[in-house]
Ligand binder design. Structure first.
Ligand code: NAD
Length: 338
């Protein structure tokens, strides 16, 4: 029953209903307006009511100003928009602070600024939701500093990395992997559902990132293996579409073979069919693989394929024909026929 209620809630539109009774003011901060954060903040703001506010901050002033302009001129209305001069100013009057930053050092730096600023108390505990893909240890470190600096019960830091890419962020269809105490899930879920369509609670703080990195480790390996198997079959004389069709009804089937096939023309919508443009950048894949390797070392888990995969992504990224392209471009790096 509980699952059905959760599923029903996930399927509902997430714009809050307007009523004639005065609404409680909800203050948000959004820090990190890059490829993902920009779109996520846009969806969040559009689905809030005019009595709410969103404080924006990014080191890139141009991105902040462009987004604020877009939000203000949108027909959708939404929450009031304010620009902040730093992460601390964005967080000062916010109850819910969302961050979407590239790497552990950026997350530590932004939260360092926030916590050092001496945040004034809010009527309800502050909720910090970090959607960045970083390693679980760094995330736990930041969560521990939040608990240390904010008086007991005055704030909590949770991890909610996502999958779905820029396309999902733009459409508001992301899947979030949430690491948070059970007691906070009911408060966090509606916030995330304004930017995505699914929230998977993985366990206590840090476990969202563990789930994300385990998945992306598998993806890193599957992608290389698919590129190698396709290259092999094609060199043996198989037609690429015939081979992919066989794999996709057989035991080798995986997301890279079925959705993101690395051979141009096999899947028309895959980045490979548009010169590997867009998609999941090879640099991000390498970053996630390295985070998984670091977290595996800490957990004492053997990853026998990781070093080789890292070498493949590293060398492929340094190749001008592959740099900045979708990670399926390893097929090109392997010398695959295009
Ligand atoms: P991005 O590099 O496009 O954007 C990051 C933004 O953070 C930039 O605008 C940068 O100016 C800003 N920034 C950096 N340090 C800051 C600081 N201290 N304070 C404020 N702003 C700061 O990155 P992205 O693609 O949006 O990814 C964000 C996170 O989401 C990463 O951890 C990434 O791994 C993860 N992710 C990305 C994708 C994707 O397809 N792009 C998919 C899933 C998850």
């Amino acid at each position: 029953m509980k699952t059905n209620v959760r599923l029903w809630r996930q399927l509902q539109p997430h714009r809050r209903a307007f009523s004639t009774t005065p609404q409680r003011l909800d203050n948000y901060a959004f820090i990190g307006l890059g490829q993902m954060g920009y779109q996520m903040a846009r969806n969040l703001q559009a689905k809030l009511s005019p009595s709410d506010s969103v404080h924006l901050f990014d080191l890139n002033k141009g991105a902040m100003e462009k987004l604020a302009q877009e939000m203000k001129s949108s027909q959708a209305g939404g929450a009031a928009v304010k620009l902040a001069d730093d992460a601390a100013e964005a967080a000062r009057d916010a109850d819910t602070i969302i961050s979407c930053l590239p790497e552990p050092r950026h997350v530590k730096s932004a939260y360092g600024t926030i916590l050092e600023s001496g945040l004034p108390a809010r009527p309800k505990p502050r909720l910090f939701i970090d959607c960045s893909t970083i390693d679980p240890s760094s995330s736990r470190e930041v969560a521990a500093s939040v608990s240390k600096v904010l008086p007991s019960g005055q704030g909590a830091f949770v991890d909610a990395p996502m999958s779905g890419g820029v396309v999902g962020a733009t459409a508001g269809t992301l899947t979030f992997m949430l690491g948070a105490p059970e007691s906070l899930v009911a408060r966090i879920e509606p916030v995330l559902l304004r930017m995505g369509k699914r929230v998977l609670h993985c366990g206590p703080q840090g476990t969202g990132l563990s789930a994300k990195l385990a998945n992306n480790y598998l993806l890193a390996i599957n992608n290389i293996a698919t590129a190698e198997a396709m290259n092999l079959g094609i060199r043996w004389g198989l037609d690429p579409k015939v081979l992919a069709g066989i794999i996709n009804v057989s035991t080798g089937k995986c997301w890279p073979s079925e959705v993101n096939n690395p051979v141009p023309g096999v899947v028309e919508t895959a980045p490979a069919s548009r010169d590997y443009a867009g998609g999941f950048g090879i640099g991000l894949m390498k970053k996630d693989l390295r985070l998984a390797m670091m977290a595996a070392r800490e957990a004492g888990a053997r990853l026998d394929l990781a070093e080789k995969a890292d070498e493949v992504y590293d060398t492929a990224e340094a190749d001008e024909r592959c740099k900045g392209r979708d990670f399926s471009v390893v097929y090109r790096y392997l010398g695959g026929k295009e």
